[in-house]
Design a protein around this ligand. Structure first.
Ligand code: MG
Length: 156
């Protein structure tokens, strides 16, 4: 068994697409970034890379490389799944927490889980996604940004 943890933060920017766990959420702002800035998927990728001690997302997909500009983070996630498979491991389960004030994510959670389960090749019961506010505190609370954490367990 291997355990991994991931964390990511992006600033919100007006006019950016809001793509979270592969779901495009109707919103007039979204996370800013070099790729599609899918914050929870970045946290999940870091958790998976962490579990097999392969560094972090910046090492594998540097934001200085134009190859990853506007990259679909779900495709990056699928690439990381291959790395895990090559190391002889498979995802057992993942638990993701998204912290933001707005928009409300509850209508999209099941679609998010389904997309992540498909991308990682596990049953939907093995993927949990939850969203919480931070009670108006800090950069997530004042709406200037979004953060996400992920914990994964891999089995050989
Ligand atoms: Mg990121």
């Amino acid at each position: 068994m291997r355990i991994g943890h991931g964390y990511d933060v992006h600033r919100f920017k007006s006019g950016r697409k809001c793509i979270l766990c592969g779901v495009e959420i109707p919103c007039d702002f979204g996370p800013d970034g070099h790729s599609d800035a899918d914050v929870p998927v970045h946290a999940l990728i870091d958790a998976m890379l962490g579990a097999i001690a392969l560094g972090d997302i910046g090492k594998h997909f540097p934001d200085t490389d134009d190859k990853w500009k506007d990259a679909d983070s779900i495709e990056l996630l699928m690439h990381v799944c291959l790395l895990i498979k090559n190391k002889g491991y498979a995802l057992s389960n993942a638990d993701i927490t998204i912290v933001l004030e707005k928009p409300k994510l509850s209508p999209y959670i099941s679609q998010m889980r389904s997309i992540l389960a498909n991308a990682t090749g596990v049953d939907i019961d093995c993927i949990n996604v939850k969203a919480t506010t931070e009670e108006k505190l800090g950069f997530t609370g004042d709406g200037s940004g979004i953060s996400a954490t992920a914990v994964v367990l891999l089995l050989s």
